[in-house]
Design a protein around this ligand. Structure first.
Ligand SMILES: [Zn+2]
Length: 332
């Protein structure tokens, strides 16, 4: 019997959103990683491995006509031309990129070229640390961050610095100071280049807030916002955007929905929606691979749950995204 199964966890089709004014973006997606996941899954399941262009086409069919690709590992930063070129062959889609050294990557660079393997001590996730790749051994964290600066400064398609930040789930205490320094450095780069900074915050709310207050980014957004009402209140007071992923559709995510409701009522201009594809697939497709078109489920779910006019809601999010992405010197 074949080990391949008929039921597949590939990419489901998106919902078709109604007509609205403006361009709706998926402001946080890892396109090359979506394809890599599809390829991995195809080894054991009958899934079709779509190229990036097909994934972008599916997004346009759902009414998502902007894609902000996030490259936050140095080897993937070096590959953004290929990704953006592939998206740009698709009619009706705008694309741009975010670049950074992810906080977990910062620690790997320190373990590699930095010569301090001890920073890979077991973290709260309890997992073995990821294997070092050649770019971790070739570039120190400082050299890698310098590359981010060069790319962001010279490539007009880079609209955001991110994702940077803190990850205390996948990093042991010994790695925290590396992440903090890297986070500070990325904010310095973002401010110098007049670009928004996209923040990864996993189990690190308090330190993320204190670094943001200290380093004062011109524009900050907490990607895949994971806080409660109290963190949302802090973000509102500081004018930081909050970007909600498919997690807000999960049954268990009541405190996240409470935070969303607070922002919706108090500062709707700070709301963003994203996929973080291939991860965090919204209900009812948890377990499948996420892709930009799937943002349609999150938008539809939120509109239904909070009894919002979906056209008006899409327009509000599109408008917020336009404000965010045109804050930098390079205009869309
Ligand atoms: Zn991400």
């Amino acid at each position: 019997m074949s080990k391949k199964r008929k039921t597949t966890p590939g990419i489901p089709a998106g919902l078709a959103l109604p007509q609205f004014q403006g361009t709706l973006w998926d402001t946080h997606t890892h396109l090359d990683t979506v394809v890599r996941h599809l390829k991995n899954v195809s080894k054991t399941h009958e899934v079709e491995v779509y190229p990036i262009s097909e994934i972008a086409r599916a997004a346009v069919s759902s009414g998502i006509c902007g894609i902000l690709h996030c490259a936050c590992e140095l080897n993937l930063v070096f590959a953004i031309d290929d990704v953006l070129d592939e998206v740009s062959v698709v009619d009706g889609v705008e694309c741009a990129s975010a670049v950074a050294i992810h906080p977990i990557e910062a620690v790997l660079h320190e373990a590699g070229k930095g010569g301090r393997p001890e920073v890979l001590a077991v973290a709260p996730d309890g997992l073995d640390s990821p294997k070092l790749m050649s770019h971790h051994n070739e570039y120190s964290v400082e050299e890698a961050t310098e590359k981010i600066y060069e790319v962001a400064k010279t490539d007009a398609r880079i609209k955001v610095v991110g994702e940077t930040g803190l990850d205390y789930f996948r990093t042991a205490d010994i790695g925290k100071s590396i992440q903090k320094e890297s986070f500070h450095e990325h904010i310095r780069i973002a401010n110098e280049l007049n670009l928004p900074v996209q923040v990864h915050d996993r189990d690190a709310h308090e330190d993320v807030v204190s670094i943001l207050k200290e380093a004062k980014p011109e524009v900050a957004l907490l990607h895949s916002f994971s806080g409660d009402e109290s963190l949302a209140q802090v973000c509102i007071e500081n004018g930081w955007y909050m970007s909600f992923s498919g997690v807000v559709t999960f049954k268990s995510a009541q405190s996240l929905r409470d935070a969303f409701k607070l922002v919706l009522n108090a500062a709707p201009e700070l709301l963003l929606i994203e996929t973080d594809a291939p991860f965090l697939t919204p209900a009812p497709h948890r377990g499948s691979i996420n892709a930009p078109a799937m943002i349609s489920y999150t938008l539809t779910y939120l509109a239904e749950h909070f009894e919002l006019d979906i056209v008006r809601f899409c327009e509000q999010i599109a408008d917020n995204q336009r404000q965010l992405l045109t804050r930098g010197s390079a205009q869309l």
